[in-house]
Write a protein that binds this ligand. Structure first.
Ligand code: ADP
Ligand code: 5GP
Length: 217
């Protein structure tokens, strides 16, 4: 880690989209290619899908355990989505940010709003992914083949209301071509890292420029 990454204020990078628009695919790519990022692994009461691993994709917990986490303020945000509870554990996020790392969140619009309004809200950057068409969204949900037909129908029915929140996000991308969309995400990350308030070393640098001025006078 360079001195600059250690000092940098991390990004809390939120990716939201209607289910099936591609956020898990893009999130995995970002985590693989950008070593500064760590995933905020959510807790959920939803049952695992076939290839999901406890602790990697989600912490699969009982309703009782989830309610205990809420009561003990262990979650930075939480929401009820598709009949199940989901929430972002607070401690790993705070630890990652303390270490100057970036944290990726795959949460819905309710989570994005709550993170923005949290005490760490100044670090939050939000991105919403739109599908190129509703037909493409449905086709992706079907090729993913991880949900039963009635679940897919439910997700399609919810897509419209999820899409209605698009304008609440900092950045909105259309995930048509996966590589093009990923490269736009990389651009956003690079730009966010250059924000003045994320570069903690700027003030000392300007101080040293001023000292140089004084030495010359
Ligand atoms: P989400 O996490 O938003 O529910 P996924 O990342 O699971 O969505 O993507 C749903 C399906 O669509 C997956 O099978 C994925 O491989 C596919 N997919 C994602 N992005 C694209 C894209 N740009 N073009 C075609 N298929 C895509
Ligand atoms: P899925 O069941 O497809 O993994 O996720 C369903 C929805 O829940 C997605 O829109 C996903 O972004 C959202 N989600 C996952 N984890 C969280 C979380 O911790 N908080 C909130 N608010 N939403 C989440």
């Amino acid at each position: 880690m360079t001195a600059q990454t250690a000092d940098r204020r991390g990004i809390m990078f939120v990716l939201s989209s209607p289910s099936g628009a591609g956020k898990t695919t893009l999130a995995r790519r970002l985590l693989k290619r950008d070593a500064a990022f760590t995933l905020s692994v959510s807790a959920t009461t939803r049952p695992p899908r076939p290839k999901e691993i406890n602790g990697r994709d989600y912490f699969f917990v009982s309703v009782e355990e989830f309610n205990r986490m809420v009561a003990e303020r262990d979650l930075l945000e939480h929401a009820h989505v598709f009949g199940h509870d989901y929430g972002s554990p607070r401690a790993p996020v705070e630890a990652a940010i303390r270490d100057g790392r970036d944290v990726l969140f795959d949460v819905d619009w309710q989570g994005a709003q709550q993170l923005r309004n949290s005490d760490l809200g100044a670090l939050v950057t939000t991105v919403f992914l739109l599908p190129p068409s509703i037909a493409a969204l449905e086709a992706r949900l079907m090729t993913r083949a991880q949900d039963k037909p009635d679940v897919i129908e439910g997700r399609m029915a919810k897509a419209r209301s999820e899409i209605s929140h698009w304008a609440e996000y900092d950045y909105v991308l259309i995930n048509d071509n996966l590589d093009a969309c990923y490269s736009q995400i990389e651009t956003i990350v690079s730009t966010e890292r250059l924000r003045r308030d994320r570069q903690k070393w700027l003030q000392p640098h300007v101080d040293s420029l001023n000292r140089e001025f004084e030495e010359r006078s």
